[in-house]
Design a protein around this ligand. Structure first.
Ligand code: ZN
Length: 158
């Protein structure tokens, strides 16, 4: 499967609130597959639908703890706070040190359309939150403050 084009800042689609997914059908499963192959092609560890120009609440994440495909993901419980450098395929060559909860409980629909909920920690929790931000039109550059650091870097983009 050929990779899809990655939308880049300041594309409007990256700033929209995505719409909820009513039902997981073959169409959504195909979309998940395209998102996964695009994420892998660009060596990403996560991808959200708006990054390929689709304004719907769908994300894929793979941090070597098993591939996750989620529709309508919501973080409903958090614990701790930590900082980590983040990159984004839609904001190339920018690294932002972002503070986020270290542990989260996430709910959503899996690719079979079943409601799921699970605990995520560390890198997995971080990438899930990064992708969920995309569904709300939030980008890593929004975490920049006057004291924030921006550096150029490569690899590990999502
Ligand atoms: Zn991103």
């Amino acid at each position: 499967m050929n990779p899809l084009e990655i939308k880049r800042y300041p594309d409007d689609v990256l700033r929209r609130e995505c719409s909820l997914v009513d039902r997981i059908t073959e169409k959504e499963r195909m979309l998940f597959e395209k998102m996964v192959s695009t994420m892998r092609y660009f060596s990403g560890i996560g991808l959200a639908a708006p990054q390929i120009g689709i304004s719907r609440k769908l994300i894929v994440v793979d941090v070597d703890e098993g591939l996750i495909k989620l529709a309508n993901p919501v973080v409903f419980k958090t614990k701790g706070l930590g900082r980590m450098d983040e990159k984004c395929l839609s904001v190339p060559d920018v690294v932002v040190n972002v503070e986020r909860p270290e542990e989260i409980i996430v709910s959503g629909l899996n690719e079979k359309g079943r409601a799921v909920e699970f605990l995520a920690k560390g890198l997995l929790a971080r990438v899930l939150q990064h992708e969920i931000d995309h569904l709300n039109g939030t980008l890593i550059i929004d975490y920049l403050t006057l004291q924030g650091k921006v550096r150029r870097g490569k690899g590990g983009a999502r």
